[in-house]
Write a protein that binds this ligand. Structure first.
Ligand code: ATP
Length: 341
C-alpha cells in the first residue's frame, strides 16, 4: 500500500506554478529520492508534504489520511513528519543530548531513548557537547537523530549532505541509508546529486519544471531514461545521430542493437541515439578509432576517441584498461543503445 500519496498536486507562489500536477505513490519503508535541477520544485514538494505550503489543487495523504487538499490542511506538527534540513539547524544553546531529546516527551524512558538514538548515529561519546564543538558530519547526525526521535511516519531530508565535503558526504550517506533501512523508515530525500540518488534510493522521481518526468528504480532511470534529457541529467552520455532500422540502429558506431524509447519513431526515421560511455568497449570490434586524450580519475577513467569519419565519442573504462594517447583501437558497444526522436 502506498504510504505517501500525492494526487494531481499543484502548488503555486502567486502566479508562479511551482508544482504542476504531481502524482506519487510511495510505499511504506522505502527511500525515495527526488532528483532534479535547481528550481524544478524539489523543496516545494517537500514543504507541501510537510504541510508548510497549501496545495492549490489535488491532495496529499499520509498513511491513508488526507493531510492536504484544497479544502483543509493538517498542521505540520500533527503530520508525524521528521525533517532533516541541509544545514543541520541545531539549537546552538542546547547540548547534543538536549537537541536529540527536543521532541521526546518528558518521562522515565526519555534519557534511555536519547542514549539509544545517540548510539545509533555514533555520538554516544558526545552527548554533553555543544553544537559548536561538532564537525559538520557530526552535526548532521545529531539532526538526523533529532528527526528520528519523534518516530516519524515519514522522514523528509532536504539535501542533507550538500554542505559536507565529498569524502564525508559519501561515508555519511551510506551510514544514513543503512540506518533508515534498519528502522524501516519511509524517507523522501531531495537532492540534485545524481550519484546520491542512484546509490541511496529504492525509487527515484526525476523532476523538471514542476513535473515528474520519470519514476523508476535507480537501474530503470539510469539504463532506460524515458527522454534524452533524463538520460543526460542522470549520467554521462554519448549522443549520435542514427537511422532506426527496427531493433537496430545505424550510426557512426556501426549497426548496433538498440531499444526504442519513443513510440513515435518509425522504421527508417532519423533518430538520436544515446549510449553510456561505459557501454563502449575497447578491444575487439569493427569500428576503428584513435585515442585523442585520456582523463584518469583513480578507480576509472575516460578516453576521448576519434572515429575514422571524425566523430568523437568517449569511453569509460577501468583505470587498468585505459589506452594511451595516440593508440589506434577497435570499439564495440556492449549494451543496446537508447533511441529517441
Ligand atoms: P534548489 O535545488 O535550487 O533548491 P528546488 O528544486 O528546490 O531548487 P524550489 O525551491 O522548490 O526549487 O522552487 C521551485 C520554483 O518556485 C522556482 O522557480 C522558484 O524560483 C520558485 N519559488 C520558490 N520559492 C518561492 C517563493 N517563496 N516565492 C516565489 N517563488 C518561489
Amino acid at each position: 500500500m502506498s504510504w505517501v500519496t500525492l494526487d494531481g498536486v499543484r502548488v503555486s507562489y502567486g502566479s508562479q506554478m511551482a508544482l504542476d500536477g504531481i502524482n506519487l505513490a510511495i510505499p511504506q519503508g522505502e527511500i525515495v529520492a527526488i532528483l532534479g535541477p535547481s528550481g524544478c520544485g524539489k523543496t516545494t514538494l517537500l514543504r507541501s508534504i510537510a504541510g508548510l505550503l497549501p496545495v492549490s489543487e489535488g491532495q496529499i495523504s499520509l498513511g491513508g489520511r488526507i493531510v492536504s487538499s484544497t479544502g483543509a490542511t493538517v498542521a505540520p506538527e500533527r503530520r508525524g513528519i521528521g525533517w532533516v534540513p541541509q544545514d543541520s539547524s541545531l539549537f546552538p544553546h542546547l547540548s547534543v543530548s538536549e537537541n536529540i531529546g527536543f521532541g521526546i516527551p518528558r518521562g522515565h524512558d526519555r534519557a534511555e531513548r536519547i542514549r539509544q538514538l545517540a548510539s545509533m548515529v555514533g555520538l554516544l561519546e558526545h552527548l554533553d557537547r555543544a553544537p559548536s564543538q561538532l564537525s559538520g558530519g557530526q552535526a548532521q547526525r545529531v539532526s538526523l537523530a533529532r528527526a528520528l526521535a519523534i518516530r516519524p511516519a515519514v522522514l523528509l531530508l532536504d539535501e542533507p549532505f550538500a554542505a559536507l565535503d565529498p569524502m564525508l558526504r559519501s561515508a555519511l550517506r551510506t551510514e544514513v541509508a543503512e540506518l533508515l533501512r534498519s528502522q524501516s523508515s519511509t524517507a523522501i530525500l531531495v537532492t540534485h546529486d545524481q550519484e546520491e540518488a542512484l546509490s541511496l534510493a529504492d525509487h527515484i522521481a526525476v523532476m523538471m519544471g514542476g513535473r515528474i518526468l520519470q519514476w523508476g528504480t535507480p537501474v530503470e532511470v539510469y539504463e532506460r531514461p524515458t527522454t534524452s534529457w533524463v538520460a543526460r541529467f542522470v549520467g554521462s552520455t554519448v549522443e549520435l545521430p542514427g537511422l532506426w532500422q527496427g531493433g537496430r540502429v545505424s550510426c557512426a558506431l556501426g549497426m548496433i542493437e538498440a531499444v526504442l524509447m519513443d513510440e513515435e519513431v518509425a522504421e527508417g526515421d532519423t533518430v538520436r541515439i544515446v549510449v553510456r560511455p561505459e557501454w563502449i568497449a575497447i578491444g575487439a570490434g569493427e569500428i576503428e578509432a584513435v585515442v585523442r586524450s585520456v582523463s584518469y580519475s583513480g578507480h576509472d577513467g575516460t578516453a576521448a576517441l576519434q572515429l575514422l569519419d571524425g566523430t568523437r565519442v568517449r569511453a569509460r573504462l577501468a583505470a587498468t584498461e585505459l589506452p594511451s594517447v595516440g593508440d589506434c583501437v577497435r570499439l564495440s558497444v556492449r549494451r543496446s543503445a537508447l533511441v529517441y526522436r
